[in-house]
Design a protein around this ligand. Structure first.
Ligand code: MN
Length: 247
């Protein structure tokens, strides 16, 4: 599985999609603008294991603010919602109000249409993200992608019922590993965030998550790699069932 991947941003998406299809990997294909959604959905048409999300990335909230109504509209028909969220980095400070408006309305809309899986960016904004989830997410299922908040924020997120998608890049560092150690084992799934994440100058590919992460997770959780794989597969099944119920 790769539950947070920007399929449309790889150099040659069709080649990746063909391989995903051949391997039968479940991919949550996130988009960063509502205008990219339909085309991205189209390129993986006919591959049943690829789900396409509609999103508006917080780091481009300023440039794409005019597309927000399109986002709310598409949430109704999308498989899931992502990438959405908040970015509290100083370089995005001037768009904070716009980020807040888009994220809040997206979360409210997802709940109104019956709940959706939400793949959420929360860099340097975990507390603010959680405030909105707490009040507005309702029956949706929030997945915090590449969570990098504090331990206290992690516990808040767990309390709120959040899921977590972790990937090879996050698990390279000690901070990511410590967070993983404290994540609920039955609410942890895999992602790559490719092609934004790279190793040796090549982007991570959707199948890298399953190839790299289980061994690391097994070590951190103190279980065997087989058990880690079993747990992750069971989590994915649970999540897909929840998704069927919500859409
Ligand atoms: Mn991403």
């Amino acid at each position: 599985m790769d539950l947070h991947c920007h399929l449309d941003l790889y150099e040659c998406p069709s080649v990746i999609i063909e391989e995903v299809s051949r391997r039968g990997i479940v991919v949550f294909s996130v988009t960063t603008t509502p205008s990219a959604f339909l085309k991205t959905k189209q390129i993986s048409d006919g591959v049943p294991s690829i789900y396409t999300g509609v999103g508006l990335h917080p780091q481009i909230a300023h440039q794409r603010f005019a597309e927000r109504e399109k986002l709310y509209e598409l949430i109704e028909t999308a498989d899931f919602v992502g990438e959405i969220g908040l970015d509290g980095g100083p370089e995005y400070k001037q768009s904070w109000d716009k980020q807040l408006e888009i994220f809040t309305r997206a979360v409210i809309t997802a709940n109104r249409v019956g709940g959706r899986i939400l793949s959420i960016h929360s860099r340097r904004a975990a507390s603010q993200v959680m405030k909105i989830i707490e009040v507005h997410s309702g029956v949706s299922i929030p997945i915090l992608h590449w969570f990098s908040g504090t331990m206290r924020e992690l516990h808040e997120a767990i309390e709120l019922g959040c899921w977590f998608s972790v990937g090879p890049a996050m698990l390279r560092g000690s901070k990511g590993r410590t967070l993983l150690k404290n994540m609920p084992r039955d609410r942890t799934v895999l992602e790559t965030d490719g092609p934004f994440t790279t190793k040796d100058d090549r982007p991570y590919l959707p199948w890298d998550a399953e190839e790299i992460c289980p061994a690391v997770i097994a070590e951190i959780w103190g279980i065997s790699e087989t058990e880690a794989k079993k747990q992750l597969a069971s989590n994915l099944r649970d999540l897909l069932l929840l998704m069927v119920v919500s859409v």
